[in-house]
Design a protein around this ligand. Structure first.
Ligand code: SF4
Length: 345
């Protein structure tokens, strides 16, 4: 059998390797909802539907939605006046919302509700006179959107050294975190913040999203069994890169791949774990399984047990109402979201 147009390599390791699949892996509820928003919008409003920024960080998803009638842009100035535009799962700043209003664009917001919650926290802190410290990566699109909630009273920091260098005005201080960093990722920075500002206000519940934490915990379980861990993820995905770092920190050789054909024969020198970022479709994981089994015939597959995820986020009410107005049976959009979020797609 040929995969990706190259000849099968014959090895003598058949039956010696095993593939372990992380659980959970792949799509989270926020990603499922964002993709559904675009699909439903095309169905309800017709093509094209403009989407600001990659709806989620995965090229396969973007390509499929493009083929269905989506046009991806980076700036609202690329969207013709009066058109429909979807904001991606990563969220946007109030300035972007204002620009959309000013240009008369019809907006559907696919911002993940967990990201939207952080935006609300920042706006509330700023209104109450706090200086807000956002723990995250300045260049990440989610952080840029959150920063825009209160640019005059917010600082971004991603390291303990950065905490020491922060210049913050006298007065109350609060912190929030980027959703796609794990509790482990932020622990040292948060400890440094608390040391410098013992009275710092912290979120009632960690901003870290359930999907980020669960996928990282699943990688730790993989790392107990595997020497090599393949992370299927866009290189632009924050949570995918963090998964690779977790595997590396546990002493595994981590291999971040966007497509199955990036997996090389010489990288398979022990049992292999596979996981995937929250924005990676399960079909890419299965392609990686087939690729390894082609490179090493006879390789068995075992899915590890893990935390079940029942989260779902309903579609925007305006979209559901428009769909019902056309007589489309969309329910609340929840059933499909729940099924996919738990990996039963
Ligand atoms: S990873 Fe978490 S914050 Fe990001 S879209 Fe998924 S559920 Fe939302």
């Amino acid at each position: 059998m040929s995969v990706s147009g190259v000849q099968s390599s014959s090895t003598d390791r058949g039956g010696q390797l095993k593939i372990y699949l992380a659980n959970p892996r792949s799509f989270c509820a926020g990603v499922v909802r964002a993709i559904d928003v675009v699909r439903r919008a095309i169905q309800v409003y017709g093509r094209p539907v403009y989407v600001r920024h990659a709806i989620v960080h995965n090229q396969l998803v973007v390509d499929e939605l493009t083929a269905a009638g989506a046009i991806f842009v980076e700036e609202l100035s690329e969207v013709p006046a009066g058109s429909l535009v979807v904001f991606s799962a990563h969220g946007v700043s109030p300035a972007v919302r204002a620009e959309a209003r000013q240009r008369g664009l019809l907006v559907l917001d696919a911002t993940c509700p967990l990201v939207a919650k952080v935006h609300l926290e920042v706006a509330r802190y700023a209104r109450d006179g706090y200086h807000v410290i956002l723990v995250g990566h300045r260049e990440h699109v989610e952080v840029q959107g959150t920063f825009g909630e209160a640019p005059a009273t917010i600082s971004v920091v991603d390291s303990v050294e950065g905490v020491a260098r922060l210049e913050v005005p006298d007065g109350p201080v609060a912190y929030v975190t980027q959703t796609t960093l794990s509790v482990d990722d932020t622990a040292e920075v948060v400890a440094a913040l608390k040391q410098r500002w013992p009275g710092i206000r912290e979120p009632a519940k960690a901003d870290i999203c359930y999907a980020t934490q669960n996928r990282q915990d699943a990688v730790k379980r993989l790392a107990a069994r595997c020497r090599v861990i393949v992370v299927v993820s866009s290189r632009a995905s924050s949570n995918g890169n963090r998964l690779a770092e977790v595997a590396w920190a546990r002493g595994c050789r981590s291999n971040l791949v966007e497509m199955a054909d990036e997996i090389r024969d010489d990288s398979l020198d022990g049992d292999v774990g596979i996981t995937a970022a929250a924005s990676t479709p399960e079909e890419l994981v299965q392609a990686c399984v087939r690729r390894i089994q082609w490179l090493v015939p006879g390789t068995a597959v075992q899915e590890l047990s893990g935390k079940s995820e029942e989260h779902f986020f309903p579609l925007p009410e305006s979209l559901l109402a428009a769909a019902r107005g056309l007589g489309l049976d969309v329910g609340s959009g929840n059933a499909r979201a729940a099924a996919r979020a738990s990996g039963n797609q």
